[in-house]
Design a protein around this ligand. Structure first.
Ligand SMILES: [Zn+2]
Ligand SMILES: [Zn+2]
Length: 334
């Protein structure tokens, strides 16, 4: 089969011919229909993730169908439509796993880091990492829901925000354009915060009630004028952008970050104390969270906007994502 590999840390993508992988006893083999390109793939490509053995095939936004199953797999069979996300397996025995908190597993695997991911015609995945994909979802449009989607869906649904609360989504890109749709569908008074006016009309189309151009006005002041945000979901991996919205939190407001900048975040502590505010983060979710995301997206017509690439164009897909040029998620169709 054809697969894209990162040969070594900071190496260029290479398209290689490798053997089709055989599933282990509790694994399935997935024939990949589409795989999204995520900003976190940069950790692999730039050699910033501990413990990775190279060469490695990236990709953790996979939609495909089951091609073969291991001898102890009973709940999936050939032909089933499935998705594979960031969460690449858990041990079932550590303390978080014993409490069912699989995403916090101390020995967990990450798809495309600890084993090969979806920039390939096939991958194998532990059965506990598979989400079922509703029939009506297009594979290419659904692929980003396995990371960008579940991350925004799951962080917002687990936040303290309630219907009617003011919720801002900072950044209208790969994650943010989904975050705006989920925030709106959850019944929040939804604010999209982005630089410039380019994404204004789109933000309203996606369900935003307000748009804040962070170049034309101070986003913290704008959010305060709207009453103060219960949650600001920070999706862009930029410290400056995150710091610029903290002052727009209301009482008990939370800066909830799912974007991961390389530098530390600096925030004033006094408002955290006087207004009981918090700064928090959220990972993605486990397979059932991914399936919830897919089912909700089907129910409420939440979809990602994608541009598509072949395996051979993985470089271009990656560059488009890294330069924030992708509108709004780059997806590889092997
Ligand atoms: Zn991701
Ligand atoms: Zn565990």
């Amino acid at each position: 089969m054809r697969a894209v590999q990162v040969p070594e840390p900071e190496g260029d993508f290479e398209v290689v011919e490798v053997d089709v992988p055989e599933p282990g006893p509790e694994e399935v083999r997935v024939s990949v229909d589409a795989c999204g390109v995520c900003h976190s793939d940069a950790f692999l490509k730039e050699g910033q993730w501990p413990g990775v053995e190279y060469p490695r095939t990236p990709g953790h936004e996979v939609v495909g169908h089951v091609d073969a199953v291991g001898e102890r797999v009973e709940t999936f069979e050939a032909g089933d439509r499935v998705g594979v996300g960031w969460h690449g397996g858990h041990c079932f025995t550590c303390e978080p796993c014993r409490r069912g908190d699989f995403i916090a597993c101390e020995n967990g695997d990450v798809t495309g880091f600890d084993h090969d991911g979806g920039y390939a015609e096939y991958l194998t995945a532990p059965q506990e990492t598979l989400a079922r994909v509703p029939d009506d979802l297009d594979a290419t449009a659904a692929a980003p829901l396995l990371c960008a989607g579940v991350t925004t869906f799951n962080s917002l649904r687990n936040s303290e925000a309630e219907p009617g609360d003011l919720v801002a989504v900072q950044g209208v890109g790969g994650l943010g354009h989904l975050g705006v749709q989920y925030a709106s569908a959850f019944g929040f008074e939804t604010v999209a915060v982005s630089r410039g006016t380019e994404k204004r009309d789109l933000a309203f189309d996606l369900g935003a009630d307000h748009y804040v151009d962070s170049e034309a006005e101070d986003p913290a002041e704008a959010l305060t004028e709207l009453g103060g945000a219960s949650v600001v979901l920070a999706t862009a991996p930029h410290v400056d952008a995150m710091e610029s919205v903290v002052g727009g939190l209301g009482v008990e407001g939370t800066l909830l970050t799912v974007g991961v900048p390389g530098e530390p975040l600096s925030v004033p502590v006094q408002p955290l104390v006087t207004s009981r505010q918090s700064v928090a983060g959220w990972p993605s979710g486990d397979a059932r969270d991914s399936q919830d995301t897919l089912e909700f997206s089907s129910l409420r017509d939440v979809a990602s906007m994608v541009e598509t690439y072949s395996l051979e164009e993985a470089d271009a897909a990656y560059e488009s994502m890294m330069n924030s040029e992708a509108r709004f998620r780059a997806v590889i169709e092997p």
